[in-house]
Design a protein around this ligand. Structure first.
Ligand code: PRT
Ligand code: ZN
Length: 283
């Protein structure tokens, strides 16, 4: 049976549990114990701190895990990155006090930088020929310059609000991250097959989260134009209305295109537009 490690609590816990739930696998969301049995799929769930997930998976304590790519990169342990999961997006960036002039990466020569990601930062500085000192801090990295612990920080940025609150400005974006599904390299065949089934379900959910289903009524004269604007998966579904000369037009479209396409449809005469959530796409 596969064993998956997920974050016990924190930013990735809820979304990891939601992904499993959407895949028809129910797991206790709150970690009352270290390990739990899932139902709906042969799976044991191990609740860990995110920092410990790469090692648990690399060593085979867990077969697979859901963790930020930033943690995988920082640990540098051998694991297979199986799938990008489309949540927990962030970047790790260098930031400095906002009133300090900055003209480029050379600014960091001779400076001290506080971070929870010393390995990622060391690699970056080495690649760019920068000689700076790196101070490891486990948490609250953003206060380090204010309290005089460092000249700059290298930390996770998402909206950028935390930097602004602490009078810092992001000067170099170094590493882009999101939650990923990782696996122990060289899983035995039976576990590999179980993993393939899980990946099939996850892929269907990840894809469907990017899509919407639209339905609207459109005059027959505008149908050809509408098909050009929204081609659907194979092609849109057209159902004649009892009102002659009108069709119900139905198709899947990418979430990012939704409003642009709706405006175009309205412009060619679409009416009564409905937008629905897509739960799964199985191709
Ligand atoms: O207890 P445990 O060790 O498991 O958790 P943790 O406290 O180490 O990690 P947690 O739960 O904070 O984050 C887990 C993972 O979420 C990270 O490893 C990232 O992959 C991902 N992630 C996504 C983030 C953020 N967005 C994020 N914004 N992790 C942290 N932050 C923090 C950041 O450190 C900074 O303090 O949020 C602040 C910045 O956010 P903005 O929006 O103000 O820019
Ligand atoms: Zn952590």
């Amino acid at each position: 049976m596969l064993k998956i490690a997920i974050q016990a609590k924190g930013r990735l816990n809820e979304k990891s549990v939601a992904l499993l739930t959407d895949a028809g696998i129910s797991v206790p969301g709150a970690h009352r114990s270290l390990m739990a049995h899932a139902s709906g799929f042969p799976l044991d769930v191990l609740y860990l701190r995110d920092d410990d997930i790469p090692q648990a998976v690399s060593s085979g304590v867990a077969d697979i895990g859901i963790v930020g790519l930033n943690e995988v990169e920082e640990r540098g342990l051998p694991v297979d990155i199986v799938l990008r999961l489309g949540f927990g997006s962030c970047r790790i960036s260098l930031a400095i006090p906002k009133n300090v002039p900055y003209e480029g990466i050379e600014w960091f020569n001779g400076k001290s930088v506080a971070t929870s990601y010393p390995n990622v930062l060391r690699n970056y500085f080495e690649k760019n020929g920068i000689d700076a000192s790196i101070h490891y801090i486990a948490g609250s990295v953003e206060v380090a310059p204010t309290v005089g612990m460092s000249d700059a920080i290298f930390d996770i940025v998402s909206s950028g609000g935390t930097l602004v609150q602490n009078g810092l400005v992001e000067v170099e974006k170094i590493f882009w991250s999101e939650a990923v599904l990782i696996a122990t390299p060289g899983l035995p065949e039976d576990k590999r097959q179980e993993l393939d089934k899980l990946v099939f379900r996850f892929n269907s959910i990840i894809e469907s989260r990017e899509m919407k289903y639209v339905l609207f009524n459109i005059p027959e004269s505008a149908v050809d134009e509408a098909v050009k604007i929204i081609p659907g998966m194979k092609s849109p579904t057209l159902i004649p209305l009892s009102d002659k000369g009108w069709y119900s037009f139905q198709a899947v479209i990418a979430k990012d295109d939704l409003w642009d396409k709706i405006e175009k449809m309205k412009a060619i005469g679409a009416q009564d537009i409905l937008v629905l959530q897509v739960e799964n796409i199985v191709r």
